[in-house]
Design a protein around this ligand. Structure first.
Ligand SMILES: NC(=O)c1ccc[n+]([C@@H]2O[C@H](COP(=O)([O-])OP(=O)(O)OC[C@H]3O[C@@H](n4cnc5c(N)ncnc54)[C@H](O)[C@@H]3O)[C@@H](O)[C@H]2O)c1
Length: 448
């Protein structure tokens, strides 16, 4: 089938390349001329494992194209996915739907033949109805359908998630649209991946309900981790102990500095606002929005505590800036609140990240960006692991210790055991384990 994708961001680009990989002819359209020019030279606008090779292969096969010409793209297609951004509206936390509505208006203006418009952006329940009105008003004579097909991929594993999905959710209101969607996803159905057909509003709400549930799990385990620190329990054991219960599951039960990224913070907030508008407040989600916001900044105080709150003028080396590994996305990354909190206390910040530095520059000021772990920790008083990149799972402790002015390592991702770090001469703190235990471990180790 011939497909257009409107919006070539993390979701649009990955969806486009994966749909061409399974045999469709895909034209990806974006307003950003620079981005399209670069893609036409095989230069990726984002970092995502396997993406570059797959784009090159599918362009070479003639099944994948990039353009800024919406009219030309629509002229060839039966189905157009909309994958534009839906950030938080600054004034009130509702989803800002201006990009979705603008894309709908452009599609209505340019569509030359009957079209199924598929919304892949994350949008509040009822947005499909609004998009339908926009297109109908602009082009009363056009035959079109509006479908909801939210995307569940995770950055860092986006290609894998799209190609081997847990499920594909499709919200349709007509048999014709259902048939078109069945054709698009036929290669996935043949492989046995579950495809769930529901009505459009159910599909729209499913995406928010899924993301908010995952955020709830994270916020919960993070609060349990805080309790562990004062009662002498170990969050790693608690996580294992609850995760082995099949009703709970082992994923999303690891404590950390708070969730970030381009989805959970904005989607939880948007769901809260939708629920309030319908006078069915989701109190649990309201709580986690506030708990997570508090937590990210609180991590800077945890780090300060390791320096006996004498942070002014200290050099803090931040290892990891992106909100998770294997992406360059800095949106709502915990590192932002942590670094700003430390800077407010007078700390000097150096930072290293394998992929995120270019994007970090537009979020953070007065940070010395470094090209390696060792350059970052040079003369540092404290090193802090903020993102669990694989590179940080095997840190060069001896070299780090030799370069650092002082010996404090704060591990906000619980990658290490206190004993190991103490043996390398570090004062170590992680999340959800009492400091006293770790110091004891050090004493035992020293005496042994
Ligand atoms: N990033 C993720 O991990 C992820 C996962 C699942 C769902 N989502 C959802 O998918 C949607 C897109 O997210 P993203 O992270 O890919 O966004 P993004 O900001 O990375 O990309 C959006 C792209 O759309 C383009 N665009 C905006 N208006 C346009 C228009 N009228 N015509 C053509 N191009 C236009 C922008 O130039 C940009 O390149 C959002 O609703 C998001 O919530 C994102």
């Amino acid at each position: 089938m011939k497909i257009a994708i409107i919006g070539v961001g993390y979701v649009g680009l990955v969806s486009g390349v994966c749909l061409s990989e399974v045999g469709h002819h895909v034209t990806c359209v974006d307003l950003n001329t620079q981005k399209i020019d670069k893609l036409n030279q095989n230069i990726m606008p984002i970092y995502e494992p396997r993406l570059s090779d797959m784009v090159a292969a599918n362009r070479a096969s003639g099944r994948l194209h990039f353009t800024t010409d919406l009219a030309a793209a629509l002229n060839k297609t039966d189905a157009a996915f909309v994958a534009v951004g839906t950030p938080s509206r600054e004034s009130d936390g509702h989803a800002d739907l201006s990009q979705v509505y603008a894309a709908a208006e452009s599609i209505a203006e340019q569509a030359a033949k009957p079209l199924v418009i598929i919304n892949k952006s994350t949008v509040p329940v009822g947005t499909g109805d609004e998009v339908e009105s926009i297109v109908k008003e602009a082009r009363p004579e056009l035959h079109f359908d509006i479908v909801s097909n939210p995307e569940f991929l995770r950055e860092g594993a986006a290609i894998k998630d799209f190609m081997t999905p847990d499920r594909i959710v499709i919200g349709v209101e007509s048999d014709y649209a259902k048939a078109i969607m069945a054709e698009i996803y036929a290669p996935f159905a043949q492989e046995g991946y579950p495809i769930l057909y529901v009505n459009r509003r159910t599909s729209e709400l499913t995406k928010y309900a899924a993301n908010s549930y995952l955020a709830l799990k994270l916020a919960y385990i993070n609060e349990v981790a805080d309790l562990c620190e004062v009662v002498g329990a170990d969050i790693k054991g608690v996580s294992k102990g609850i995760g082995l219960d099949s009703r709970i599951g082992e994923k999303f039960v690891n404590a950390g500095p708070g969730y970030g990224g381009s989805c959970f913070p904005k989607d939880t907030l948007a769901l809260v606002r939708t629920a309030q508008d319908h006078e069915r407040p989701l109190r649990l989600i309201e709580m986690i929005v506030s708990s997570n916001g508090y937590r990210k900044r609180a991590m800077s105080r945890k780090i300060a505590h390791m320096c006996e709150n004498q942070i002014k003028g200290k050099k803090i080396a931040i290892l990891g800036l992106t909100f998770k590994p294997n992406t360059d996305d800095m949106r709502e990354a915990p590192s932002i609140s942590i670094i700003q909190g430390l800077q407010d206390m007078g700390a000097k910040i150096s930072a290293y990240d394998p992929q995120g530095i270019e994007n970090a520059k537009s979020y953070l000021k007065n940070v010395t960006y470094c090209k390696s772990i060792l350059a970052c920790v040079e003369n540092a008083d404290v090193a802090v692991i903020v993102t669990e990149w694989d590179e940080f799972r095997e840190l060069p402790f001896a070299e780090m210790r030799a370069k650092m002015r002082s010996s404090v390592l704060v591990d906000l991702r619980n990658l290490y055991e206190g004993k190991t770090l103490n043996a390398h001469g570090f004062d170590y703190q992680c999340v959800g384990r009492p400091l006293e235990t770790q110091l004891c471990e050090r004493a035992n180790n020293d005496s042994g």
